[in-house]
Design a protein around this ligand. Sequence first.
Ligand code: SF4
Ligand SMILES: [Zn+2]
Length: 456
Amino acid sequence: MLIDTHAHLDFPDFDKDRDDVIQHAKEADIGYIINIGTSIKSSRKVVELAEQYENLYAAVGIHPHEAQTVKESDYIELEKLAGNPKVVAIGEIGLDFYKDISPRDKQREIFIRQLQIAKKAGKPVVLHLREAHTETLEIIKAELGEKARGVAHCFSGSAETAKEFLDLGFYISIAGPVTYPNAEKLRAVIKTIPIERLLLETDCPFLAPQARRGLRNEPAYIIHAVEEFSKIYGLTKDDIGRITALNATELFKLAPLSEKSKIAYNIRNSLYLNITNRCTSSCIFCVTKFTNYVKGHNLRLENEPSVKEIIDAIGDPAKYKEVVFCGYGEPTMRLDIIKEVASHLKKKNIYIRLNTNGHGNLINNRSIGPELKGLVDAMSVSLNAVTPEQYVKICHPKFGTDTFDKVLDFVREAKQYIPRIEVTCVSHPDVDVQRCRQIAGELGVDFRGRIYNEVG
Ligand code: SF4
Ligand SMILES: [Zn+2]
């Protein structure tokens, strides 16, 4: 499911075929469209549309171009509209020092007043900013402080500016221009934005993607940008849709998409198995501390699944390149389950990988390597430190200071039974990744560096 977080279906461009356009969007798997107000008149209209169509939401606000026309009574009306349950944000508001259609002082004034409305309503903001990134940031920090939430729409700034918005807790949304052949700079900036903070938008009727350039844009054409994001992030189109839809749902508090937790979930062409949320470490960067979601999948289990539930959740494993027992928790805490499920998959010749913290021997009080022989083809062991003391500081293992050495023993032993082993290390500022690579070399296994805060 996709969410177009920024459209202008209230514009007269859609007067003749608005129903059809909304229908095309449904057919293109667009679950929700957020229409964004640009003036008081347009704000009234987007609210009307949101009340009329279940899959439409609205943001209300006055665009900086309109700044010089704003009257005191407009703020009163805006505040009233902001209270409508289908209004999920205040926007689009901001500063446009590129076109400078309204005087800058007036732009600043209406921007600040509308930030105050957003603060009062407890709703995020949709920002329009052009050649005014630094000042926009200063004003937001001054007006909203810690409470700042929102999206920098149709982002066109540098990687440094993107980082400032991300640090502030903002999302970034990018429209059709990502598909333009000469948008190399924009695509390079996108690479620095974590997918967990990206939103999809069309800004229709404007900014049609390359395949429709020069024509009227509409929500259904969002798929062209999704294709481009899929190349940039190395994820499937489904992955991009699911993750960005979850991002939008979280920011704008839209009706939840799917709250049910997943036992088996698909990223790229791998199938991951979530068999436990328990772990014998408590790593400082562990994703389970920050979110229930990995790449848009809810992994917070209500109960630990049985073998039958896992096999049912897998469905046809032949569709995937590999099946991975992985870590939103430590899988070897359920060694018997791994063995039973892996035996079932091995009968179908499926390639199996195990992601582990390497505590399997300590957890099970025996050498588990021989039991995995013939069942597991590859294993990733997260090391994340280069000395026993550092390991304790970063991973807080339940088994104490010895654990680091025991993990190394586990790898040495498992080498005899598992064809491919790698140790991994996150690029945490305190960890000497080069030394970690060296340790992998000494153990005679592969090494893979992982990006801090990047899971799945
Ligand atoms: S080993 Fe993995 S699941 Fe366990 S605490 Fe560390 S990061 Fe989290
Ligand atoms: Zn817009």
